[in-house]
Write a protein that binds this ligand. Structure first.
Ligand code: SF4
Length: 255
C-alpha cells in the first residue's frame, strides 16, 4: 500500500506552536472509539466514519469527519518549507481512539519517523494487542488514559473490561517510548478515597511511578447530549491537591 491509498476519517487537524518557540506541532483528531464511557463529552467521535450531525446552537446539520489519505495528512504535518511558518517539529494523534484506524496510523507514523519528526499519540489503551505492539516503536511520547482499576466497574462505566488496557500499558512501560499516564478523576465514578488505593495498587503492580491528573471536561457535545454523572464538575484546586497528596502517600508522583 502507498501513502495515497491508505486513508482515515479525521474530525479536525490543528497547528500549535511549542511554548519555547522552536516550532509547531500538528494535532490530528481521528474519529472512532471502541469504548462507551458514560460521561463521554463527544459521543459523535465513536463512529469512525463521516456522519451528519445536528448542531443545536447553529440549528443546522454538519458533516462530522472527512476522509484524508496519509499523503494529505503528511503534507499538512510537514508544512510548506518555503513559508514563513515555524519549523514543523512534531505530530500528535488523538481521538476517540486514534489507534482504531491502525493501518493509517502505522503508515503515517512510519513516514513521519523517516523524516525525523517527533511523534505523540493519545490512547485509551483499548487496542488489539498485536496492533498496539506494532505501533509502539513508532511513538516517541505515548499519553495513556487510565479510567478504572477494577475490571467489573471498568466495564460498567466504559462498556469494556480493562484486561487488554492493563496488558498494553504494561507493554508500553517496558518499551523505549516515553509513557505519560493520565488519570481523569470523574466525580462519583472513580474519585472515592478507596479508589486512590485501588489505582495506586494497580500502578505499583505494573510499574507506573508517575501520573497526571488532568481536569474532567464537562462541555456538552454538538448534539447537546451529555451523560456525565449528576452534579459532576471539575475538581477544585484544593480537591486536586488533596488527591495529589493521597497518591503521594501511596508513593505515586502526581501532578
Ligand atoms: S474513550 Fe473518550 S471518546 Fe471514547 S467513549 Fe470514552 S470519553 Fe468518549
Amino acid at each position: 500500500m502507498t501513502t495515497e491509498v491508505v486513508s482515515a476519517c479525521i474530525r479536525d487537524i490543528q497547528k500549535h506552536r511549542f511554548q519555547d518557540g522552536s516550532g509547531t506541532q500538528t494535532v490530528v483528531h481521528l474519529k472512532g472509539c471502541p469504548m462507551y464511557c458514560t460521561w463521554c463529552p463527544n459521543p459523535e467521535l465513536r463512529n469512525p466514519g463521516v456522519r451528519l450531525v445536528w448542531d443545536p446552537v447553529r440549528a443546522r446539520h454538519f458533516e462530522d469527519g472527512r476522509i484524508y489519505s496519509v499523503q494529505e495528512v503528511l503534507e499538512l504535518c510537514l508544512g510548506n518549507p518555503d513559508s514563513s511558518e515555524k519549523i514543523a517539529k512534531g505530530v500528535m494523534l488523538t481521538g476517540g481512539e486514534a489507534m482504531m484506524q491502525h493501518s493509517f496510523v502505522y503508515e503515517l507514523l512510519s513516514r513521519l519517523k523517516e523524516r525525523g519528526m517527533h511523534t505523540a499519540v493519545e490512547t485509551t489503551g483499548y487496542v488489539i494487542e498485536s496492533q498496539f505492539t506494532k505501533l509502539l516503536p513508532l511513538i516517541d511520547h505515548l499519553i495513556f488514559y487510565v479510567k478504572h482499576y477494577e475490571r467489573e466497574t471498568h466495564r460498567k462505566i466504559t462498556g469494556v473490561y480493562n484486561d487488554l488496557i492493563i496488558e498494553n500499558l504494561r507493554n508500553a512501560l517496558s518499551s523505549p517510548s516515553e509513557v505519560e499516564v493520565r488519570l481523569t478523576l470523574i466525580p462519583g465514578l472513580n474519585d472515592r478515597p478507596e479508589d486512590v488505593e485501588g489505582f495506586s495498587s494497580l500502578f505499583q503492580h505494573i510499574g507506573v511511578k508517575q501520573a497526571q491528573l488532568p481536569p474532567f471536561i464537562t462541555q456538552a457535545a454538538p448534539s447537546g447530549r451529555h451523560n456525565a454523572p449528576d452534579n459532576a464538575s471539575p475538581l477544585s484546586e484544593v480537591e486536586l491537591t488533596a488527591y495529589q497528596d493521597a497518591f503521594q502517600s501511596h508513593h505515586l508522583d502526581c501532578s
